[in-house]
Design a protein around this ligand. Structure first.
Ligand code: COA
Length: 160
Protein backbone atom coordinates (compact mmCIF):
# COMPACT_ATOMS: atom_id res chain seq x y z
CA UNK A 1 0.00 0.00 0.00
CA UNK A 2 1.26 3.48 -0.89
CA UNK A 3 2.01 5.69 2.12
CA UNK A 4 0.68 9.14 1.39
CA UNK A 5 1.19 12.16 3.63
CA UNK A 6 0.03 15.77 3.62
CA UNK A 7 1.70 19.06 4.57
CA UNK A 8 -0.83 21.89 4.86
CA UNK A 9 -0.61 25.63 5.28
CA UNK A 10 -1.33 29.05 3.84
CA UNK A 11 2.03 29.24 2.03
CA UNK A 12 1.53 32.95 1.32
CA UNK A 13 4.26 32.68 0.12
CA UNK A 14 6.21 29.42 0.41
CA UNK A 15 9.61 30.00 2.04
CA UNK A 16 12.85 28.02 2.14
CA UNK A 17 11.77 26.87 5.63
CA UNK A 18 8.65 25.25 4.14
CA UNK A 19 10.66 23.85 1.24
CA UNK A 20 13.13 22.24 3.63
CA UNK A 21 10.24 20.48 5.43
CA UNK A 22 8.73 19.43 2.06
CA UNK A 23 12.04 17.96 0.80
CA UNK A 24 12.58 15.98 4.01
CA UNK A 25 8.97 14.77 4.30
CA UNK A 26 8.94 13.70 0.65
CA UNK A 27 11.76 11.27 1.47
CA UNK A 28 9.71 9.70 4.25
CA UNK A 29 6.55 8.89 2.27
CA UNK A 30 5.70 7.53 -1.18
CA UNK A 31 3.75 10.68 -1.96
CA UNK A 32 3.52 14.06 -0.25
CA UNK A 33 0.61 16.38 -0.97
CA UNK A 34 1.21 20.03 -0.20
CA UNK A 35 -2.27 21.32 0.54
CA UNK A 36 -3.00 25.04 0.42
CA UNK A 37 -5.81 26.15 2.70
CA UNK A 38 -8.54 28.24 1.09
CA UNK A 39 -9.69 30.70 3.73
CA UNK A 40 -12.57 32.84 2.41
CA UNK A 41 -12.18 35.23 5.37
CA UNK A 42 -8.54 35.98 4.65
CA UNK A 43 -7.52 37.84 1.52
CA UNK A 44 -3.96 36.83 0.84
CA UNK A 45 -1.03 38.63 -0.71
CA UNK A 46 -1.05 35.97 -3.45
CA UNK A 47 -4.34 34.37 -4.51
CA UNK A 48 -4.73 30.66 -3.78
CA UNK A 49 -4.28 29.99 -7.51
CA UNK A 50 -1.03 31.97 -7.56
CA UNK A 51 0.21 30.17 -4.42
CA UNK A 52 -0.52 26.80 -6.03
CA UNK A 53 1.28 27.83 -9.22
CA UNK A 54 4.30 29.09 -7.23
CA UNK A 55 4.32 25.90 -5.12
CA UNK A 56 4.27 23.71 -8.25
CA UNK A 57 7.20 25.67 -9.68
CA UNK A 58 9.40 25.49 -6.56
CA UNK A 59 8.69 21.79 -5.90
CA UNK A 60 9.06 20.68 -9.52
CA UNK A 61 12.40 19.00 -8.68
CA UNK A 62 10.70 16.61 -6.21
CA UNK A 63 8.89 13.93 -8.22
CA UNK A 64 6.63 12.61 -5.44
CA UNK A 65 5.18 15.99 -4.44
CA UNK A 66 1.64 16.95 -5.45
CA UNK A 67 0.01 20.33 -4.91
CA UNK A 68 -3.65 20.58 -3.92
CA UNK A 69 -6.08 23.01 -2.24
CA UNK A 70 -8.65 22.42 0.47
CA UNK A 71 -11.25 24.42 2.36
CA UNK A 72 -13.05 23.76 5.61
CA UNK A 73 -11.81 21.37 8.23
CA UNK A 74 -8.36 19.91 7.65
CA UNK A 75 -9.45 16.63 9.27
CA UNK A 76 -12.30 16.22 6.75
CA UNK A 77 -9.82 16.63 3.90
CA UNK A 78 -7.37 14.18 5.52
CA UNK A 79 -10.10 11.61 6.18
CA UNK A 80 -11.41 11.87 2.62
CA UNK A 81 -7.95 11.43 1.06
CA UNK A 82 -6.75 8.71 3.43
CA UNK A 83 -3.38 10.20 4.35
CA UNK A 84 -1.33 8.18 6.83
CA UNK A 85 0.44 11.27 8.17
CA UNK A 86 -0.10 14.97 8.62
CA UNK A 87 3.30 16.69 8.60
CA UNK A 88 3.99 19.89 10.56
CA UNK A 89 7.17 21.90 10.95
CA UNK A 90 8.23 23.15 14.39
CA UNK A 91 10.33 26.28 14.37
CA UNK A 92 10.69 27.12 18.04
CA UNK A 93 9.29 26.19 21.43
CA UNK A 94 6.73 28.96 20.94
CA UNK A 95 5.15 26.90 18.14
CA UNK A 96 4.77 23.90 20.42
CA UNK A 97 1.76 24.83 22.54
CA UNK A 98 -0.43 25.74 19.60
CA UNK A 99 0.74 22.70 17.62
CA UNK A 100 0.01 20.36 20.53
CA UNK A 101 -3.50 21.79 20.81
CA UNK A 102 -4.15 21.36 17.07
CA UNK A 103 -2.63 17.86 16.99
CA UNK A 104 -4.80 16.75 19.88
CA UNK A 105 -7.94 18.21 18.34
CA UNK A 106 -7.13 16.68 14.97
CA UNK A 107 -6.47 13.30 16.61
CA UNK A 108 -10.11 13.33 17.75
CA UNK A 109 -11.30 14.28 14.28
CA UNK A 110 -9.19 11.89 12.20
CA UNK A 111 -11.24 8.79 11.45
CA UNK A 112 -8.27 6.68 10.33
CA UNK A 113 -4.96 6.14 12.10
CA UNK A 114 -3.49 9.37 10.73
CA UNK A 115 -0.52 10.54 12.77
CA UNK A 116 0.54 14.16 13.11
CA UNK A 117 4.29 14.09 12.48
CA UNK A 118 6.53 16.98 13.55
CA UNK A 119 9.77 17.82 11.78
CA UNK A 120 12.16 20.28 13.39
CA UNK A 121 12.83 23.24 11.12
CA UNK A 122 16.41 23.68 9.98
CA UNK A 123 17.85 26.29 12.41
CA UNK A 124 18.85 28.57 9.55
CA UNK A 125 15.13 29.06 8.84
CA UNK A 126 13.75 29.07 12.38
CA UNK A 127 13.02 32.82 12.44
CA UNK A 128 11.20 33.01 9.11
CA UNK A 129 7.47 33.44 8.63
CA UNK A 130 5.59 34.27 5.46
CA UNK A 131 4.42 37.61 6.94
CA UNK A 132 7.97 38.66 7.78
CA UNK A 133 9.15 37.77 4.27
CA UNK A 134 6.34 39.83 2.72
CA UNK A 135 7.02 42.80 4.98
CA UNK A 136 10.77 42.87 4.40
CA UNK A 137 10.54 42.24 0.66
CA UNK A 138 7.80 44.76 0.04
CA UNK A 139 9.81 47.45 1.88
CA UNK A 140 12.80 46.77 -0.30
CA UNK A 141 14.82 44.55 2.07
CA UNK A 142 16.70 41.50 0.87
CA UNK A 143 15.12 38.08 1.36
CA UNK A 144 17.96 36.31 -0.46
CA UNK A 145 18.44 32.80 0.82
CA UNK A 146 15.16 32.84 2.71
CA UNK A 147 12.81 32.14 -0.21
CA UNK A 148 13.45 30.53 -3.60
CA UNK A 149 14.55 33.09 -6.20
CA UNK A 150 11.33 32.50 -8.09
CA UNK A 151 9.31 33.54 -5.02
CA UNK A 152 11.42 36.68 -4.55
CA UNK A 153 10.80 37.66 -8.17
CA UNK A 154 7.04 37.04 -7.84
CA UNK A 155 6.91 39.23 -4.71
CA UNK A 156 8.87 41.99 -6.48
CA UNK A 157 6.50 41.78 -9.46
CA UNK A 158 3.44 42.04 -7.19
CA UNK A 159 4.81 44.99 -5.20
CA UNK A 160 5.62 47.02 -8.33
N1 COA B 1 9.44 27.75 7.72
C1 COA B 1 9.06 29.01 7.57
N2 COA B 1 7.86 29.48 7.97
C2 COA B 1 7.01 28.62 8.55
C3 COA B 1 7.34 27.27 8.74
C4 COA B 1 8.62 26.84 8.30
N3 COA B 1 9.03 25.58 8.44
N4 COA B 1 6.31 26.66 9.34
C5 COA B 1 5.37 27.60 9.52
N5 COA B 1 5.79 28.77 9.04
C6 COA B 1 5.07 30.06 9.07
C7 COA B 1 3.98 30.16 8.05
O1 COA B 1 4.43 30.70 6.85
C8 COA B 1 3.00 31.09 8.74
O2 COA B 1 3.42 32.41 8.60
P1 COA B 1 2.36 33.62 8.58
O3 COA B 1 1.52 33.48 9.81
O4 COA B 1 3.24 34.79 8.58
O5 COA B 1 1.57 33.43 7.31
C9 COA B 1 3.15 30.76 10.22
O6 COA B 1 4.41 30.17 10.32
C10 COA B 1 2.10 29.81 10.73
O7 COA B 1 2.14 28.62 9.95
P2 COA B 1 1.04 27.51 10.11
O8 COA B 1 0.82 27.21 11.55
O9 COA B 1 1.38 26.39 9.20
O10 COA B 1 -0.27 28.28 9.69
P3 COA B 1 -0.93 28.34 8.32
O11 COA B 1 -1.87 29.49 8.32
O12 COA B 1 0.07 28.33 7.24
O13 COA B 1 -1.77 26.96 8.26
C11 COA B 1 -3.49 25.38 8.97
C12 COA B 1 -2.61 26.58 9.32
C13 COA B 1 -4.03 25.43 7.56
C14 COA B 1 -2.67 24.13 9.05
C15 COA B 1 -4.61 25.37 10.01
O14 COA B 1 -5.10 26.68 10.16
C16 COA B 1 -5.79 24.49 9.62
O15 COA B 1 -5.75 23.31 9.86
N6 COA B 1 -6.86 25.12 9.03
C17 COA B 1 -8.06 24.40 8.58
C18 COA B 1 -9.21 24.59 9.59
C19 COA B 1 -9.13 23.55 10.70
O16 COA B 1 -9.16 22.37 10.47
N7 COA B 1 -9.04 24.06 11.94
C20 COA B 1 -8.96 23.21 13.11
C21 COA B 1 -7.52 22.80 13.38
S1 COA B 1 -7.40 21.73 14.77
Amino acid sequence: MERKAVYAGSFDPVTNGHLNIIERAAKMYDELTVAIVVNPRKSGFFTVEERAEIMREVTSHIPNVKVDKFSGLLADYVNEKGFVAYVRGLRATTDFENELQMAQMNARLFTRDTETVFLMTDPQYSFISSSLIKEVASLGGSVDGLVPEYVASRIAEKVK
